[in-house]
Write a protein that binds this ligand. Structure first.
Ligand SMILES: [Cu+2]
Length: 138
């Protein structure tokens, strides 16, 4: 059933695009009326544990426009969290003290999270991802 499956998938994609356009039109109309936005923008909070040589969880999923609050703790030494594409950078102290970083996920895409403090032999592979989905109609 490979071919019908593909067709179904294509139809699904077209549906998603149509919904997206309807949402964009809706947003424009809303803006003209100076009503509050209904794009689902919200605060997304995460607790991330940093240790040699990983972030847990490694993948953070949010929606464009969300305010992202990440509380970071190190399980061992000094680490850092940097999302270069979004200008985010914070040092995570080694004593397990929580540090909070807050930013707005201003654009959709997949952005690399890297450790910004040299923490040992695996420092370069200490990576994560911030996945910012485009806004959807709700
Ligand atoms: Cu590190």
């Amino acid at each position: 059933m490979g071919v019908p499956g593909l067709w179904d998938h294509a139809a699904g994609r077209r549906m998603v695009v149509a919904i997206g356009m309807a949402a964009a039109l809706g947003a424009a109309t809303t803006a003209m009326r100076a009503q509050p936005e209904h794009t689902g923008e919200s605060v997304k909070s995460f607790e991330v544990r940093a240790s040699r040589f990983k972030f847990e969880p490694a993948v953070l999923e949010v929606t464009e426009g969300d305010t992202v609050v990440v509380t970071l703790r190190s399980a061992d030494t000094i680490h850092g969290l940097a999302i270069k594409a979004l200008g985010v950078k914070v040092v995570i102290p080694k004593n397990g003290e929580p540090v909070e970083v807050r930013f707005v996920a201003g654009r959709a895409g997949t952005f690399e999270i890297a450790c910004s403090e040299y923490c040992g032999s695996g420092h370069r592979r200490m990576k994560g991802q911030l996945v910012v989905a485009p806004p959807t109609a709700r």
